[in-house]
Design a protein around this ligand. Structure first.
Ligand SMILES: Nc1ncnc2c1ncn2[C@@H]1O[C@H](COP(=O)(O)OP(=O)(O)O)[C@@H](O)[C@H]1O
Ligand SMILES: O=C(CO)[C@@H](O)[C@H](O)COP(=O)(O)O
Length: 487
């Protein structure tokens, strides 16, 4: 072996909205021996029937994810060629449609594409309403979910739907290109809207209703089961290396933290997410705030997700001509930064809203208001996620690109009143995928692998008193925003 490592090398991949990140990790110690990253392009999308998407579209070409994976692995150099196992964590929910030769029929509709809001409303009405859906598939299928995206495609692009021989999620599209095997996992399957948490199987009645043949879907591997071995000759990976089943990016981050029940996580990336592992299958939140996802191990991952997080706040900073950290305290401005419509709360047609401006409002206060608005929605949702396993003073594990920023961290502390831990390990999705690959290789529980690697260790920031006045202002603005937010 060329690389000086204590154990075998494994590769963890995070194929997320903005980029692909690949880490080569020493399976014995968790040391990252090489890393690579390559960007993705997200466009506003089109509809073949000319329907006006009005800013609701978000698309990426899946072939581009494959090329980005190759570039990220190339950057890892020789270490990638020595890996014994690989696993992919990917952005959830995206609709990847492949023709009979395995080529994309059209660009993928991403998790933050909200064009399927009308199909979401129609599907809810056709199947007994939100509570019935939440009981049946674990979650209310919001426009983020794959099921509503497929319903949109059939309605607006029937030729594309007819040409579709296989439907994949982003992570299992890449897993299949690596291994030649059509395999997904329960974590990512639980975000489709056509997988039953009670039966741990596809819901064939729902699939029948939306005209999707179950044979078009990948097999759902059991936790710990391999997808196959590397068959793709064009990537700098050893042929025959093990390919794990992979999972959704949030499930991968939960693995990467070695998460146990009672440890809430707040992730600040393209999406904002808040979640905790639970040993109990979620009852199904009829409000749609909390999705009752499965995790990648056999437990559950109740999770809430916002569409407007780091990109929205960065956009507001750019509009104000400020840097990310140029926030100022005080003032009465309230911002709901719903630039892309919003999922939590369920306002797909919303745009950003600013309220409470005064003569003495400063630009720094406006930027702080954007941070507050982005964090507020996540903390409101956290209250629905925490159960008796999560003590009121449990620290929040803060992860994702935003966790590197002081303004993000201070906003979370001020609005939550909880202590915050920022793990030193940066790429928790890719590390979680690496832990899954290592678990497969070594016959270990991947969360136990991550705990052995010490990935959740990091700086601890004590609790500060909760800024209840700011939270109250935000709650009032949201309640009063009604028609302005497309409610
Ligand atoms: N030092 C930093 N301070 C604050 N925000 C940061 C910092 N570095 C990166 N970010 C934010 O992190 C975001 C990317 O987060 P990441 O978790 O990598 O995204 P993704 O959800 O696509 O995986 C960027 O949009 C950027 O705003
Ligand atoms: O839709 C969700 C969760 O339900 C998002 O969290 C996506 O999985 C996208 O993740 P990032 O690209 O922001 O990591």
């Amino acid at each position: 072996m060329g690389t000086q490592a204590a154990g075998p090398l494994v590769i963890g991949v995070d194929s997320s909205t903005q980029s692909t990140k690949a880490l080569v990790v020493d399976a014995a110690t968790g040391e990252v021996v090489a890393r690579g990253q390559a960007p993705h392009v997200v466009t506003g999308g089109t509809a073949a029937d000319g329907a006006d998407l009005g800013g609701a579209g978000k698309e990426s070409d899946p072939e581009q994810w494959w090329r980005a994976l190759g570039e990220a692995l190339d950057q890892c150099g020789d270490a990638a060629r020595e890996a014994a196992a690989v696993s992919v964590g990917g952005q959830q929910h995206g609709l990847v449609t492949l023709d009979a030769s395995g080529r994309p029929v059209r660009p993928a509709l991403l998790w933050n594409d909200v064009r399927s809001a009308p199909q979401h409303r129609r599907l809810l009405a056709e199947h007994g309403g939100p509570a019935a859906w939440a009981r049946r598939v674990g979650s209310v299928p919001l426009p983020a979910f794959t099921v509503t995206k497929w319903a949109w495609l059939r309605e607006h692009e029937p030729a594309a739907a007819a040409a579709t021989a296989a439907v994949r999620l982003p992570h299992d599209y890449l897993t299949e290109r690596l291994s030649g095997e059509a395999v997904t996992d329960r974590g990512d399957a639980s975000g489709t809207g056509w997988w039953s948490p009670a039966d741990e199987a596809y819901d064939e009645e729902i699939l029948g209703h939306i005209g999707l043949d179950p044979k078009a879907l990948p097999r759902v591997a059991l936790p710990g089961e391999a997808a196959g071995t590397v068959q793709a000759g064009e990537l700098p990976l050893p042929q025959g290396a093990l390919v794990a089943a992979g999972t959704g990016d949030n499930m991968a981050a939960a693995l990467g933290l070695g998460l146990r029940p009672g440890q809430p996580v707040l992730s600040l990336g393209t999406s904002g997410t808040v979640y905790a592992v639970s040993a109990r299958r979620p009852a199904g939140d009829p409000t749609g705030t909390v999705a009752g996802f499965a995790d990648a191990r056999g437990d559950w991952l109740p999770l809430a997700c916002t569409l407007n997080c780091t990109l929205a706040v960065d956009r507001v900073a750019a509009l104000l001509g400020l840097g990310r950290e140029d926030v100022e305290p005080g003032g009465s401005a309230v911002m709901l930064p719903f630039l892309d419509g919003e999922r939590t709360p369920d306002l797909p047609q919303a745009s950003g809203l600013l309220h409470g401006l005064r003569h003495d409002t400063t630009r720094g206060q406006l930027l702080q208001a954007a941070y507050d608005g982005a964090v507020f929605a996540l903390l409101q949702a956290l209250e629905r996620i925490v159960d008796e396993d999560v003590p009121a003073d449990a620290p929040l594990l803060l992860i994702g690109g935003g966790a590197r920023g002081n303004a993000w961290r201070d906003t979370v502390r001020r609005l939550s009143g909880r202590p915050v831990v920022v793990p030193e390990a940066r790429e928790l999705v890719a590390l979680g995928a690496a832990a899954q690959a290592a678990g497969l290789l070594l016959g270990e529980d991947p969360a136990a692998v991550a705990r052995r690697w010490g990935t959740a260790r990091g700086a601890e920031y004590p609790a500060v008193p909760c800024d209840t006045a700011a939270r109250e202002r935000l709650a009032q603005t949201l309640a009063a925003g009604g028609p302005l937010l497309g409610a």
